[in-house]
Design a binder for this molecule. Structure first.
Ligand SMILES: [Zn+2]
Length: 256
């Protein structure tokens, strides 16, 4: 406790979603939480490997909790957890597990430590609630990604050519550029076409917070997917682990 100030030792309670967890030492677990009050927090849950009574299944990825913690620089201390929900219907469905796992990994990788971001917290919780209550749709994944990028300040630029800067007519087609940008017909001669309808669906995705409100056609999913995958990859230094699982399941379903 050397050097600890009174403030360091303050216990606070916050809503949280588990982003990831790993075993630590003999009996502890290190958990990465997205908390509503403190943003991303990495903390030690002492005895979590042994004390089923105290932690149970609460530290599984994407569980929603109410946590009592002491926030510190570096590793925080997780004192107690109450489960709000583990989203049981997600856990019965491999495809839903894949999407929920992808969502929390994306948040984990994009979010710096200790930056409260209530809008992103609400977006993640809305997505998990929707996955738990409705069928799994690839449109919702793209809706989540577009809004996540927007909240983090990486809004998709749909109305301007990323190379020459020309304003693009809403009724004109675009080409998918790098890093979430689009290109005019002159600058982007090869590659993936982005139909005006797809650009309109992406713009609508940013105008509503309600999952299920925007449904992409298979063609629009391919185009929006290419744009969003490029935008996400541009901000990450290594690929997402959960994407491998998600892609494999999508391939299996197409092969059936
Ligand atoms: Zn251009």
């Amino acid at each position: 406790m050397e050097g600890a100030t009174l403030r360091d030792m303050e216990t606070s309670r916050s809503e949280a979603v588990v982003l990831s967890a790993m075993d630590y030492r003999e009996s502890d677990r290190i958990v990465t939480l997205f908390t509503l009050s403190h943003g991303k927090v990495r903390g030690v849950a002492k005895g979590a490997k042994k004390s089923v009574r105290r932690f149970g299944g609460a530290l599984d990825p994407f569980a929603r909790l109410s946590v009592e913690l002491v926030v510190r620089e570096g590793l925080s201390s997780i004192r107690s957890v109450d489960i709000v929900t583990v989203y049981p219907r997600i856990r019965e469905d491999l495809m839903k597990i894949g999407h929920a796992g992808y969502a929390v990994e994306l948040v984990d990788r994009f979010l710096p430590d200790g930056a409260p971001l209530p809008r992103l917290f609400r977006l993640l919780v809305s997505y998990l609630e929707h996955l738990d209550s409705a069928s799994c749709s690839p449109s919702d994944r793209r809706f989540f990604e577009a809004n996540l990028l927007n909240i983090l300040g990486y809004r998709l630029s749909l109305d301007q050519c990323a190379t020459c800067g020309v304003e693009l007519d809403p009724s004109a087609g675009r080409m998918v550029g790098a890093a979430g940008g689009v290109l005019c017909a002159v600058c982007g001669r090869v590659g993936i076409f982005l139909a005006p309808e797809t650009a309109a669906l992406l713009a609508r995705s940013l105008g509503t917070g309600r999952f299920g409100a925007v449904v992409f056609s298979p063609a629009a999913l391919r185009e929006a997917g290419a744009l969003l995958d490029g935008a996400i990859a541009a901000h990450l230094t290594r690929p997402l682990n959960s994407l491998v699982f998600l892609k494999q399941m999508e391939t299996d379903i197409q092969a059936d």
